[in-house]
Ligand binder design. Structure first.
Ligand code: NM2
Length: 541
């Protein structure tokens, strides 16, 4: 009976696609790399604008949805209370959507902007410093979180309102594509998303593992090498496989809660024992710069560089566009996950909650961790930039943390936190990958399936770590995620179509929360049709 539960074409399709991409990379690493890099340059330079426009449109769409009638729709049955309290909910969505990369980038992103600022600004100048504190927040801010939230809308709607027990991206396109989602098109949509996620996760591992290894090396005195990285990967995988295995209400919730407490502790510690006033002032200032320049940053394409009017920096392609593409490959997964945990909330609570808590969390990280590094740089206490140019980013990140009081203890906390952050993104990814390859998910996907994807997520980066080419996979997945732009559009239209139909059909709803009772609606429609038929009959006779 369980066999029927698995949707084999999607399961095998995702696997074959993955192998089809990985094998050539393993056999012809150099040619593969060159090809993937070219494809990446082609997509980001020719279609970069599409990513930027997509970001803005999604942002505007979600604001519209939250404040329209659709925002009042309750995801669940009448009078239902949220399944998780708001703290756990926010913790879980943050922990799922944000992996160890936030520890990496929040500490070091400013250093890149400081040296390579946008808008033709002089590197290292006061202006460059100001922008360097704002850009990180922008790339992890409201537009980015909006990209994450969009897929949650149709998925949560179909799961909790229309009560279809399917957690799949293809299913969410049904109102638009109709029966075609049951055929190859549906499988292609799901496989594409799974491929994006497997690769996006590769990016996270590629960044996270060397940083964790550096932390371990600082604490133990052992040198960073391949064996150490392999052990780290295996330990992390065991943690997240156990968590995914034990399920949403135990493992995943438990790890997310620890994750948030530990992160809050780290942030509070740096805030209190670091340069508190500098942190407050700089963060406030950078939020102001961001608000003032939100649209300028969201639309900057560096247009005149191409025609040789001035020297091109490639900033939009390497940062904003790359980031939107990276958030995009994670979006269906995070959307599925947000949908799954949002039972009992209204659409508005879900959408605004994700965008606000998500952004707030990132502002805290960038404001505290990033500006602490900047403070060290500007006071001359530690020349992070020179150190980075010499030793690379992971070593610099750990060295910045090492400048704190109780340095070894703080490096320890930071390293543990990075491991847990990695685990909380990966346990929920395994959970969702398992859900997508099932025809039906009543409550939770089956256990062996969750465990299988937990290991699948790690085996691929592990192999590539030995053979080289992890970076290539990272780029490949982001390029491969390109068709997701179209899928995002389908998801938005599907949601609007279905919920508008239902709202129109549920006459006399309470304006506070709209409770959609599908059975009653269908009954009403049937009665109306019957009445019309009777009338037609009467007219004829
Ligand atoms: N995003 C948030 O590695 C991670 O932290 C997962 C990365 C898309 C930049 C997500």
């Amino acid at each position: 009976m369980k066999k029927k539960l698995i949707d084999w074409p999607t399961f095998i399709g995702a696997f074959i696609l993955l192998i089809a991409v990985v094998i050539p990379l393993v056999i012809y690493p150099d040619a593969g790399k060159a090809f993937v890099n070219q494809a990446n340059a082609f997509v980001t330079s020719n279609f970069g604008v599409l990513y930027l426009v997509m970001g803005l449109l999604i942002f505007a769409f979600l604001i519209f949805v939250s404040f329209s009638d659709h925002g009042h729709i309750l995801l669940g049955d009448e009078g239902e209370r949220p399944e998780f309290n708001t703290f756990s909910w926010a913790a879980m969505l943050f922990a799922a959507g944000i992996g160890s990369s936030i520890l990496y980038w929040s500490v070091i992103e400013w250093a890149y902007y400081y040296q390579g600022p946008p808008f033709g600004i002089e590197p290292g100048s006061v202006e460059a410093i100001q922008w360097s504190t704002a850009y990180g927040i922008f790339h992890w801010g409201p537009i980015a979180w909006a990209i994450y939230t969009l897929p949650a809308l149709p998925i949560a709607y179909f799961y909790y309102v229309r009560k279809k027990p399917v957690l799949k991206i293809s299913e969410a396109c049904r109102p638009l594509l109709g029966r075609t989602v049951d055929g190859p098109i549906g499988h292609i949509i799901d496989v594409l998303f799974m491929f994006g996620l497997l690769g996006g996760a590769g990016t996270t591992l590629a960044l996270g593992t060397p940083m964790i290894a550096q932390g371990v090396s600082e604490l133990t005195g052992f040198e960073v090498n391949l064996t150490m990285k392999t052990i780290i990967l295996i330990v992390c995988t065991t943690i997240f496989a156990l968590s995914a295995y034990s399920g949403l209400r135990r493992g995943i919730k438990f790890l997310s809660d620890i994750n948030i407490w530990l992160a809050l502790f780290l942030l509070a510690f740096i805030f209190i024992f670091g340069p508190t006033r500098f942190l407050i002032e700089t963060t406030t200032n950078s939020v102001g710069i961001l608000m003032d320049n939100f649209f300028k940053m969201a639309t900057w394409t560096e247009p005149f560089g191409d025609i040789g009017a001035f020297e091109e920096t490639g900033f939009p392609e390497s940062w904003t566009i790359f980031y939107w593409a990276w958030w995009l490959v994670y979006a269906p997964f995070v959307g599925l996950f947000i949908a799954r945990i949002s039972r009992g909330r209204t659409i508005r609570q879900m959408v605004l909650g994700t965008m606000v808590y998500g952004t707030l969390g990132c502002v805290l990280f960038f404001g505290i961790m990033g500006n602490f590094g900047l403070y060290l740089q500007m006071t001359g206490a530690f020349d992070a930039i020179a150190f980075m140019n010499e030793n690379g980013a992971p070593a610099t990140i750990i060295e910045i943390i090492n400048q704190l009081p109780l340095s070894k203890f703080m490096v320890f906390i930071f390293t543990i936190l990075a491991i847990i952050f990695l685990a909380t993104t990966f346990d929920s990814s395994s959970y969702i990958l398992a859900a997508v390859v099932q025809r039906e998910v009543v409550d939770e996907p089956i256990r062996w399936n969750r465990l299988f994807w937990a290991f699948a997520l790690c085996i691929l980066p592990l192999t590539l770590m030995f053979l080289g080419g992890l970076g290539t996979l990272q780029t490949a997945s982001i390029v491969g995620g390109f068709p997701l732009i179209i899928i995002m559009f389908l998801l938005a239209v599907s949601f609007m179509k279905a919920s508008t139909e239902d709202i129109r059909a549920s006459e006399g709803y309470e304006p506070k929360t709209i409770h959609i009772n599908r059975r009653k609606i269908l009954e009403r429609i049937r009665k109306r049709r019957k009445r019309q038929e009777d009338e037609n009959q009467n007219n004829k006779s």
